[in-house]
Ligand binder design. Structure first.
Ligand SMILES: Nc1ncnc2c1ncn2[C@@H]1O[C@H](COP(=O)(O)OP(=O)(O)OP(=O)(O)O)[C@@H](O)[C@H]1O
Length: 242
């Protein structure tokens, strides 16, 4: 009997008033894999990540974690991480690290922020703030990670570093679910891709499977599934930008 962590969402529906953000969505996030959520703006990626991370209750359906007990089961990077101003990056990392007996300096080093450890969080760039958010999500080494657009706002080099880190995090025993508009990064690091559109899963599969279905790169699959209009919201090989 394996003790490997995994997260399973079954028939999750989430409404906000008369808006149905998710409709009967089932997603499995097994150990050792990076599952990427892609889809146009408003397709439900953030809502699904929040439900998976346990910060938002589903209206119907369920989320189930199996795996080893942990101080912190799921690490969560919100789409727009914010921190209390007036504290340094190290103090902020320390706040989260203390809750789960982790080392704040090591957390900062992991995301490449050690050089600005003494800088106040309100003086960090947008990209650095996101990296601090990723550091916070890693505190306590949670077996499951739910990361909402970890590369957003980062320069290409830092984005590559972050997606490499995300890929490394999954190996060998972590379950990682990540949303992104960066199809190139997703194609590079995801083991499985789930395409959302208007709150439903329109397809899923490995990058190779999705590529095979349309005989081209991921952005072609995306274009054929969600249409040209939504396609403008994603970054592609052709140089468009989210
Ligand atoms: N708190 C809320 N109250 C009302 N509607 C909401 C709320 N959160 C999300 N929604 C709606 O649910 C739908 C899905 O939104 P969500 O943020 O999950 O999409 P997304 O795929 O993450 O979009 P993006 O790529 O722009 O971040 C949208 O129609 C959005 O307006």
């Amino acid at each position: 009997m394996t003790d490997a962590p995994s997260l399973q969402a079954t028939d999750v529906t989430r409404t906000f008033g008369d808006v149905t953000a998710l409709s009967e969505v089932s997603v499995s996030v097994p150990a050792g894999e990076v599952v990427a959520l892609i889809g146009p703006n408003g397709s439900g990626k953030t809502t699904l990540l929040r439900v998976l991370a346990g910060v938002l209750e589903p209206t119907a359906g369920s989320v189930h974690y199996t795996g080893p007990p942990a101080d912190r089961t799921i690490g969560y990077l919100p789409q727009e991480p914010t921190f209390r101003p007036g504290f340094t990056a190290l103090e902020t990392a320390g706040f989260y690290a203390r809750l789960v007996d982790d080392d704040p300096a090591a957390l900062l080093e992991r995301v490449g922020l050690d050089a600005v450890a003494d800088r106040r969080v309100d003086a960090l760039s947008g990209g650095m703030t996101r990296l601090l958010g990723i550091a916070q999500s890693l505190a306590g080494d949670p077996p499951v990670l739910a990361l909402d657009e970890p590369g957003s706002g980062l320069d290409p080099g830092m984005s590559e570093l972050v997606f490499d880190l995300v890929a490394d995090l999954a190996a060998p025993e972590h379950a990682v679910v990540v949303s992104s508009h960066d199809l190139l990064a997703v194609e590079r690091i995801a083991d499985r891709i789930v395409v959302l559109d208007r709150g439903t899963v329109v397809t899923s599969g490995s990058p190779a499977e999705l590529r095979e279905r349309t005989g081209g790169p991921l952005h072609e699959t995306f274009r054929s599934l969600v249409g040209d209009e939504a396609f403008g919201a994603v970054r592609t090989r052709e140089g468009g930008r989210e």
